[in-house]
Design a protein around this ligand. Structure first.
Ligand code: ASP
Ligand code: MG
Length: 610
């Protein structure tokens, strides 16, 4: 048989009869020397229209009937697309998800794909037909064979899953933009097309990327090493390649990873430094981390916690062998930072953690949209009696700093709880950098993103003992609140002889109030201090796998913010991502400044539809 490609066309690309005919031309071209499976979305805004219609009848329709309704959108497109192909003399046949045998869990409106029965598609391909498949839908395994949908935006996922199951040469996602851009061009007109991005970077950019590519599609591409490309339906430009490391061979059963976590990682080669009572003004983080970058010291975790009465704490970790050098830089910088306006707030000071520490992380793309994962991690550590010293989270990673002597216990209990293997990443930095199917050396920063409409919560004076983080995030998970960035800094306060810590995190603005109420009610019961809610914050992030073992990236980001007079409220990092919380009014300015600072701006004007 010919080489096989899977092509997916999004709603706008098939938004009218004219467009369907134009797309059919493109498919016909490919089909002249390839086997083609086409996956389509519903026409234009059809799905939104159907949702609206349902809501005119019921404010809260049952999910089964919603799936029955929404799956009709794609069915219209497959029939019309087949007709258009046949009209061009290309043999074609349309198939629904059920006819193909896209077997999913029975979870209506967010079903995950279990496996795909490829026999029928293969038969048609053998006959030289183009197979046009309805995206976004499947059929449950149960006796009743219910129609299911994969969640909004899910036809990307259908396409990549089909490509994996059919072992296609590649999967092409056609859309109305020329590919994936370095940031949102509606905010930064200088945004440029990226020729390439790794799946891991794409997942960390969920908020920027989700509109272009469903995160679950990226997850499948990564797990099966499926070459993926995002490109425009209306040009012949090459678009953006979404590349992944060559993966281990994986069975085609349970195609969509049912486990939320891929692995537990630990690093015992870390040492922590904290700077306490720093003045809360733009430029402090910039000064500190530029000093460190000048010494060429590679910083791993950076955590800046909430303000306490107008002062900040910044904690960071470095390799053990550079601890002394980094501490010396911190000491030298201290006197240049200025004093706190109010002497009762305490003087700025540097503290190096005397006890050895270890970083233990949970890694996995399946954490996106599963609020329970972080809570379960903290719970597991609590049950094992492990106290958490610091926490920092990103989209696909939760990292906890613990005492080195607790490391083994922590790792074992997490591996057991999440049924995954462990990876020791304490060794050299180079072994951690990703090798992909690409030739290029990844740039330190590939893209930047802005999340607006976030709220920040802080719980103060939490007793410093195992189980407290587990309580907080367990309660929030029960309310189904997705927590975005979680930070626990290193400072301990002594309240009547009891050591306490603060934990801060962000949620989407509409969930802020519920989260606040939930925690206020619990605070009394568990003996926590004040709960603080601040609406009106934004998060800016830089992402790039090249920042691993590339000192100075954080410094450059903080300097760009300082130059624009943007105050940083919180910082959290993972290996390939640095996020800063800033005030909402500073969000756009911050995004523009960092986009420019990393040389991502260009002169090509990229048109995107409103
Ligand atoms: N039609 C579905 C939606 O609008 C699926 C898709 O287009 O990916 O969410
Ligand atoms: Mg889409």
């Amino acid at each position: 048989m010919n080489m096989l490609v899977v092509q997916k066309y999004g709603g706008t690309s098939v938004g009218s009869a004219e467009r369907i005919k134009a797309v059919a031309q493109r498919i016909a071209q490919t089909a002249s020397d390839r086997s083609v499976v086409v996956v389509v979305s519903a026409m234009g805004k059809t799905t939104d229209g159907l949702v609206k219609l349902a809501n005119e009848i019921s404010p809260n329709p049952c999910r089964r009937e919603m799936d029955m309704l929404l799956s009709t959108g794609e069915q219209v497109t497959i029939a019309l697309m087949s007709m258009a192909l046949q009209e061009l003399g290309v043999p074609a046949i349309s198939l629904t998800g059920a006819q193909v045998g896209i077997v999913t869990e029975a979870e209506h409106s967010r079903a995950r794909i279990l496996h795909i029965q490829t026999e029928r598609i293969e038969e048609h391909l053998q006959l030289g037909e183009v197979v046009v498949v309805a995206g976004f839908q499947g059929i449950s395994q149960s006796r009743h064979q219910e129609i299911t949908t994969l969640g909004r935006g899910g036809s990307d996922t259908s396409a990549v899953a089909l490509a994996a199951a059919l072992q296609a040469e590649r999967c092409e996602i056609y859309t109305d933009v020329p590919g994936i851009l370095t940031t949102d061009p509606r905010i930064v007109p200088e945004a440029q097309l990226m020729p390439e991005i790794t799946c891991d970077e794409m997942l960390e950019l969920a908020s920027l990327g989700a509109k272009v590519l469903h995160p679950r599609a990226v997850e499948i591409a990564r797990n099966y090493g499926m070459p993926l490309v995002v490109l425009s339906s209306w040009s012949d430009e090459p678009g953006t390649r979404v590349v992944s490391a060559i993966p281990k061979r994986r069975a085609l059963q349970d195609l969509e990873l049912t486990k939320p976590v891929d692995a537990v990682e630990y690093d015992t080669n870390q040492a922590a430094i904290s700077m306490l009572h720093l003045p809360d003004s733009p430029g402090v983080a910039a000064k500190l981390f530029s000093g460190i970058a000048v010494q060429n010291i590679d910083v791993d975790l950076i955590i800046q916690s909430i303000h306490e009465s107008k002062t900040n704490d910044i904690a960071f970790t470095v390799g053990k062998d550079t601890l002394k050098q980094a501490a010396a830089v911190a000491d030298a910088i201290l006197p240049t930072l200025g004093k706190n306006s109010d002497p009762s707030l305490g003087e700025p000071e540097v503290k190096t953690e005397e006890r050895p520490i270890a970083k233990v992380s949970l890694v996995g793309a399946g954490m996106i949209g599963r609020p329970r994962v972080a809570a379960k991690m903290f719970e597991t550590l609590a049950v094992a009696g492990v106290n958490i010293v610091m926490i920092s989270t990103s989209e696909v990673k939760v990292s906890c700093v613990v005492d080195a002597e607790d490391c083994e216990k922590a790792v074992n209990s997490l591996c057991q709880a999440f049924e995954v293997d462990v990876a020791d990443i304490s060794s050299s930095d180079t072994s951690r950098s990703v090798t992909t199917d690409s030739e290029e050396v990844p740039p330190p920063v590939r893209a930047v993103a802005l999340d607006i409409k976030q709220a920040r919560l802080a719980v103060r004076h939490i007793p410093d003992r195992p189980g407290m983080a587990a309580q907080i995030f367990g309660l929030l998970a029960q309310q189904n609140i997705s927590v975005d960035m979680i930070i626990q800094s290193q400072r301990c306060h002594s309240m009547d002889g009891v050591l306490t810590r603060d934990i801060a995190f962000t949620v989407s603005q509409p969930e802020g109030e519920t989260a606040y109420q939930t925690l206020v009610n619990a605070a009394v019961e568990f003996g926590w201090g004040e709960v603080v809610l601040e609406n009106g914050i934004a998060k800016v992030s830089v992402v790039g796998s090249g920042m691993i073992a590339h000192p100075g990236v954080a410094a450059q980001m903080f300097e760009a913010l300082a130059t624009s007079q943007v105050n940083i409220l919180m910082i959290a990092t993972s290996e390939i991502k640095i996020s800063c919380v800033v005030e909402e009014k500073d969000g756009v300015k911050a995004l523009q400044a960092i986009h420019k600072a990393f040389g991502l701006s260009g002169n090509d004007v990229i048109k995107v539809p409103a």
